[in-house]
Structures are given as structure tokens and as C-alpha cells.
Design a protein around this ligand. Structure first.
Ligand code: FE2
Length: 294
């Protein structure tokens, strides 16, 4: 079920190209939050270690106000990045806080957490992403943990040509280090503002899986035949393997997420909010949750 990007003949020196362009599926989750699922759909079930990516953007309270009342997770991490609005987060271990615009919450649910994620606003725009990142078998039953940072704690790299990169995880080619540490999957998570017609280059470990998501504007990138392709707002591009990526903004300024991580290469068994290696482990997760063991 997992999508494995291909390599070209000599990946060591290659620039990554577009492997495929994916459009999301409008769906709802939680108590009726309208969102667009980009990863975790029939056309892109996962991009190891990424299990799911949901994008949400609405200024209609009915689309988000019901939020995500208490629900469990086990076996992976949920990563929430807000562009606009406020979300209150609360879990069964007493951890509570508000994620505000520009803030990141990297929650390692691991052995289990029950939490709620509720909009802390009655109106206005709520916009952001939730990414699910898998954990290797050896760490699925670790204790839960959080890495949480508001916007002003996220390093910003400003280049002379006007490019602005918010470095959430990983390190840019200019040496700016992100705030999130996750040595198990070595993620790169960049929020990039690229002025019209400028380029941005980033090196990546060759075997790491990577994708782009266009938040605003248009980006030009080659496909596997070397044809230049235009990526539009809300397009997700799965990238081929390779050593570097070079992005070119089109006629207008653009904003995008560039996300990559080391694939885990293990069997994946899913059951709703639980992601384990075997169906028996998923059944155990349901049992443990029902027994109040989370
Ligand atoms: Fe959740």
C-alpha cells in the first residue's frame, strides 16, 4: 500500500523531480471539521514515514467549531502547524496548552494518549496542517512526549533576495537549524516564502522521502521526463529520491511546505487512531484503550 519513490540511474548526483502530483480529498473528521486529506487517501495511502496529512482552511465557524473532542492515539506522532487561528490542546496526562498562529506542536503519542484539539475561537480564519509521522516498532510503546513552540521560537532564515524560511525541523543549506528534534526519522519541515521568479535549493539525504505542498502561488519543478511542471495552490508533489531539490517560483510570490524524513520500512497496520506493525497490536491498542490503560 505504501508509495515508494523511484530513483533514477545515479541518485547520488541527482536533483529531485516531481514523481507525482496529488490533489486532496475533501472530508471531515473529529466532530465534523471540514478538511482536505492529502496523504492517507486511496491514491496516496502513505509516504513512509508519513501516514497522513490533513490541510484545513476556513473562515466559516461551522467548518471547524466542533473541533476534535477527546480521542486516543498510539504508535506514531501528530504534528500540528497552525498558519492562522488558535487551537486548545488538552490530554489525559494533564498537559494543556494553546497552539497559536505560526506555532508547532510535535506530539509523540507513542504508547498512548487521549487528547482533544478544539478551536480557541468563535469566528475568523482557522488554517493549518496536521501531519502524522510513524514511529519505528522499537519506539511505538515509548512514553508520550511533546515538543511545542510558538511562532517566535521558530528560527527564521531571511535571505537577501527576500526568501524567508521558517525552519521547524531539520537544517537548511545555509545552516539554520530547526527547533524540533526527532532522530528516529530525521525530519525536515520547512515553511518557505519564495519571491516571484526566485529559486530555492535544499539538499536532502538521498533516500529520505519528501513532498511539497503549495500554500500560495505557483512553483515550477521538473517531472521525470525533464518537463517543467507548474504546481498550484493546494497541490502536493511527491518527490523522487535524490540529493537536492531546486524550486523556482513562478510569476508571483509563493509559499510552500517542504517536508522530508527517513522512511521506516516496516509493516504498517492501521486501525483508526492506532498505527502499529500488526493487526494483533492494533487489537491490543483498542483493548488497552477500552480498559482505561492509556
Ligand atoms: Fe488527535
Amino acid at each position: 500500500m505504501t508509495h515508494t519513490p523511484s530513483t533514477t540511474s545515479s541518485p547520488i548526483h541527482t536533483t529531485r523531480h516531481i514523481e507525482r502530483i496529488v490533489h486532496g480529498i475533501a472530508t471531515q473528521d473529529g466532530a465534523g471539521v471540514q478538511l482536505t486529506r492529502m496523504i492517507g487517501t486511496p491514491s496516496l495511502p502513505m509516504l513512509d514515514p508519513f501516514l497522513m496529512l490533513d490541510a484545513f482552511r476556513s473562515d466559516q465557524p461551522d467548518d471547524y467549531i466542533a473541533g476534535f473532542p477527546p480521542h486516543p492515539h498510539r504508535g506514531f506522532e501528530t504534528v500540528t502547524y497552525l498558519l492562522a487561528g488558535r487551537m486548545r490542546h488538552k490530554d489525559n496526562a494533564g498537559h494543556e496548552g494553546i497552539i497559536e498562529a505560526g506555532g508547532i506542536q510535535w506530539m509523540s503519542a507513542a504508547r498512548g494518549i487521549i487528547h482533544s484539539e478544539m478551536p480557541e475561537q468563535q469566528d475568523g480564519l482557522l488554517e493549518g496542517f496536521q501531519l502524522w509521522v510513524n514511529l519505528p516498532a522499537q519506539h511505538k510503546m515509548d512514553f508520550p512526549s511533546y515538543q511545542e513552540y510558538p511562532a517566535d521560537k521558530i528560527p527564521i532564515q531571511t535571505e537577501s533576495n527576500g526568501t524567508i524560511v521558517r525552519v521547524i525541523a531539520g537544517t537548511t543549506d545555509q545552516g539554520t537549524q530547526g527547533v524540533i528534534q526527532q532522530p528516529l526519522t530525521e525530519p525536515l519541515y520547512l515553511d518557505i516564502h519564495l519571491p516571484a521568479q526566485h529559486t530555492f535549493t535544499q539538499s536532502l539525504p538521498i533516500e529520505h522521502h519528501a513532498f511539497l505542498y503549495v500554500i500560495m502561488g505557483e512553483i515550477t519543478l521538473d517531472d521525470q521526463e525533464g518537463q517543467s511542471k507548474l504546481l498550484h495552490r493546494d497541490d502536493l508533489a511527491v518527490l523522487s529520491l535524490g540529493a537536492t531539490i531546486q524550486l523556482q517560483a513562478n510569476e508571483t510570490d509563493c509559499r510552500l511546505l517542504l517536508i522530508a524524513a527517513k522512511p521506516i520500512h516496516e509493516p504498517v497496520a492501521r486501525g483508526g487512531p492506532f498505527v502499529m506493525n500488526t493487526k494483533a497490536e492494533v487489537r491490543q491498542a483498542f483493548y488497552d484503550f477500552e480498559q482505561g490503560l492509556f
